[in-house]
Design a protein around this ligand. Structure first.
Ligand code: GDG
Length: 494
């Protein structure tokens, strides 16, 4: 490990970098894609802190290093741990359970044992690099036990936890064989952040019912034990966002604009380009979207001469069986639609199963008249916010599932229930036919909202709430947060 100590430490399953091999065979680091990285990276850069996380490859032992002003503290996982803790418990137990069991959650005691052991190692690694009284911010569902494990070793720390995915209703959560241990793990934090009001409510309800603690939103009273004093924990929503200004700047660059026009030309200059961008995940409702689009072609309400659907489905979790099935199912559906409705000159669905650079994503957003976000359940959905941030021309229509956290904020999108295929079809038609004046009005309102709540606002609000849970003034040193305007708009103490 390292002897250096940091006043601000992020703990996440993954480090925000991937190891790549340069042409000459030497190793280099490249920023990896994904919601969490996109959201936290700008904050870390400004805060000059340390980030504890897995390198992304099994059995890789790498010494801590600096990357673009962020201290990286890699944690090694064995192939077996990756299988049981990551692909197993995290992605095949917690992920489906927390996304309302869209697919069945799998419960294995071996996976749970690995989850406990790996969470302990993350907690140990964070404890080793955190300075006295440091702030430690633990991220996401893979590390729910870390807050308590960390507090047991280091009661001096200020501990935050943010859950990027939904927290399920009690009726579903109570399936989890280790439901009390997970709640107790999370309650080791001083502040537990969720995406939506409903998620925070579900969590508090589970705490009341399973542990019997008193809750008075947003406060949870954790009673004293033989060895620990009584504590107050805050559980409330902090809707995550993106680097709005950075994204808009990218979209405004001449190269991206040129590329957006080129994309439309390459698609054969259709009247309407519809776009979907998702990790290939069953939570994203890609199948529902394809069904609606296919039926619109079949009904003759849309024609392939006029409309093209571009679907980016970036590869995800390909070692988990459910994901392999999903890929087969989606690709079969795309093939059917193209076979049934395509012509020599016009493809109905342009399906892309690979990742793209950020510039290409921005160009796709600019090229798209209609953006489809049809998630069956989604913590937030940053793609929806990126589309809005990219549309500096105040054009484009966002069709947005009410089951994505983003729909709480983006209220002038066309909000849909993706299970209601007829409703989804009507919304797509409304989007395709919407007047320029109405598109502008709706987009303007959404742009105002995302500008007000960008990722800096998200992290600032969370960290300020965290700092204020500590008795007395100045217990947390705000200096590492530099330009984040730490002291503005202090809300009243809860
Ligand atoms: C989890 C929660 C929550 C995707 N493909 C490419 C690419 N991406 C980028 C998108 C976006 C991010 O990945 C995806 O973020 P989402 O929010 O849409 O979804 P999840 O990955 O499921 O994220 C989610 C999020 O955490 C944050 O809290 O919103 O609800 O599930 O930024 O642009 N980026 C690039 N190439 C790709 O091919 N460059």
């Amino acid at each position: 490990m390292t002897d250096e100590r940091y006043a601000f430490v992020v703990v996440a399953n993954r480090l925000p970098v991937d190891r790549v091999l340069a042409d000459d065979g030497s190793a280099a680091w490249k920023q990896s894609p994904g919601g969490l990285v996109t959201a936290l990276e700008p904050v870390m850069r400004q805060a000059d802190g340390a980030w504890v996380g897995w390198i992304g490859q099994p059995d890789e032992h790498v010494e801590p290093f600096d990357n673009d002003g962020i201290r990286m503290v890699p944690l090694a996982l064995s192939a077996e741990e990756v299988e049981d803790y990551y692909e197993g418990f995290s992605n095949d137990t917690i992920w489906p359970l927390y996304h309302d069991v869209i697919v069945q959650a799998t419960y294995h005691r071996d996976w749970w044992d690995a989850y406990v052991a790996v969470n302990q190692r993350f907690a140990d690694a964070a404890a080793a690099v955190a300075a006295e009284g440091a702030t430690v911010w633990v991220q996401d569902y893979q590390l729910q036990l870390v807050p308590r494990m960390l507090r047991e070793q280091r009661p001096d720390l200020l501990i935050g936890f943010f859950n990027h995915i939904p927290f399920p209703a009690y009726g579903l959560y109570s399936q989890l064989p280790w439901r009390t241990q997970v709640l107790e793990g999370l309650l080791g934090a001083d502040v537990i952040g969720f995406q939506r009001v409903a998620d925070a409510g579900n969590f508090s309800r589970a705490v009341r019912r399973l542990l019997g603690h008193t809750t008075r939103s947003p406060i949870i009273e954790v009673p004293a034990t033989e060895s620990t004093p009584a504590r107050r924990v805050i559980a409330k929503p902090f809707p995550i966002s993106i680097d709005v200004a950075g994204f808009e700047q990218l979209a405004r660059s001449p190269q991206v604009q040129e590329r957006a026009q080129q994309i439309r030309r390459e698609l054969g200059d259709p009247k309407t380009v519809i776009l979907g961008v998702d990790r290939l995940d069953y939570t994203k409702g890609i199948g529902h979207r394809l069904k609606a689009f296919g039926e619109l072609l079949e009904d003759g309400r849309l024609s392939v001469e006029d409309v093209t659907l571009v679907q980016v489905a970036s590869p995800s979790r390909e070692r988990v069986e459910t994901y392999r099935h999903l890929r087969d199912e989606i690709e079969l559906t795309v093939g059917r639609i193209n076979g049934d409705f395509g012509t020599i000159g016009h493809q109905a669905v342009n399906y892309l199963h690979h990742g793209f650079p950020r510039e290409e994503m921005a160009a796709l957003y600019l090229a798209a008249d209609v953006m489809l976000v049809t998630a069956l359940r989604d913590g937030m959905n940053l793609v929806a916010k990126e589309y809005v941030a990219a549309r500096y021309d105040e054009d484009g229509v966002l069709v947005l599932s009410e089951f994505a956290g983003a729909s709480d904020e983006l209220r002038t999108s066309l909000r849909i229930n993706p299970h209601d295929i007829d409703g989804l079809k009507d919304a797509i038609m409304q989007a395709v036919e919407m007047s320029r004046a109405e598109r502008r009005k709706r987009m303007r309102t959404m742009r105002k909202r995302v500008r007000e709540n960008d990722v800096a606002h998200w992290s600032r609000t969370f960290l300020r709430t965290l700092a204020e849970t500590r008795d007395g003034e100045g217990a947390f040193d705000p200096d590492p947060l530099g330009d984040l305007e730490w002291t503005v708009d202090r809300p009243p103490r809860p």
